[in-house]
Write a protein that binds this ligand. Structure first.
Ligand SMILES: [Zn+2]
Ligand SMILES: [Zn+2]
Length: 251
């Protein structure tokens, strides 16, 4: 399995960084997680053919995660895609997504390619399930089980001690949002700090932790999230560089 981040910013993008979104490849499948800024462009910059994309995971309805979805579908349609595309998302999100497509006169039954909508996706060599999250909008955390590994992505989440374990969220690799530094974490927030992301990684027995969804002015410098998460997590902490593949291997 390998992953590549197209962006690691929060809902406020900044120079050189856009909305949090990543591509995952495993068992011959390619999955886009949240739609970011312009996934078709990013995929091509990474040498990936968007026409071969197998699935898109949508975690929740905030614009920084879902906003570019109609443009993604429009681009794939214009490119002449014929391969079926699986959309994995919370079932409650389906009507909104269809409404969003309809705004641009896109209707699944009239597209050049078939779209499937489901809350889970089990395909050869990969299982994608969604676990309930904890955010200001209903959100779900995609969990990938593939190549003997489990990867969990929290998307936007308010950390609560023990919540991941209660969900059976043990994993090898955790991708956790770290919108704020711990000292700048607002009291009524629906997000987490890097410090809490480290706690979560420890609780669920992760070997490595990728941090994302940074609000730039909430940290003193680019390394601070890693330093902070390392205070609460003894495993490897990664602040992913954009447009770079990270291999995920059992070790
Ligand atoms: Zn967000
Ligand atoms: Zn959100």
């Amino acid at each position: 399995m390998r992953i590549c981040f197209f962006g690691t910013a929060s809902a406020i993008p900044y120079a050189g960084n856009g909305y949090t979104s990543f591509l995952l490849e495993s068992a011959g499948k390619t999955v886009l997680v949240d739609t970011g800024d312009n996934a078709v462009r990013s995929m091509q910059e990474m040498g990936c053919d968007p026409l071969l994309l197998d699935a898109v995971v949508l975690t929740h309805e905030h614009a920084d995660h879902l906003g570019a979805f109609p443009a993604l579908i429009a681009a794939l349609d214009c490119m002449g895609r014929s391969k079926r595309l699986q959309i994995v998302m919370p079932s409650g999100l389906v009507p909104k997504v269809l409404e969003l497509l309809a705004l641009f006169d896109y209707y699944p039954e009239q597209m050049h390619f078939e779209m499937g909508f489901a809350q889970q996706w089990h395909t050869e060599g990969m299982e994608v399930n969604l676990l309930p999250g904890n955010h200001s909008k209903y959100t779900m955390m995609p969990r990938f089980v593939t190549e003997g590994l489990t990867l969990l992505y929290t998307s936007d989440i308010r950390y609560r001690e023990g919540q991941y374990v209660a969900l059976g969220g043990r994993c090898h690799t955790l991708i956790h949002e770290a919108t704020y530094s711990h000292v700048k974490l607002p009291e009524d927030t629906r997000h987490s700090s890097a410090f809490e992301a480290g706690l979560a990684a420890g609780e669920i027995g992760a070997r490595e932790l990728f941090l994302c969804h940074f609000q730039r002015d909430a940290y003193e410098n680019d390394e601070e999230p890693k330093v902070e998460a390392s205070q609460t997590f003894a495993g490897e902490v990664v602040i992913p560089r954009l447009m770079q593949w990270y291999p995920i291997q059992a070790n």
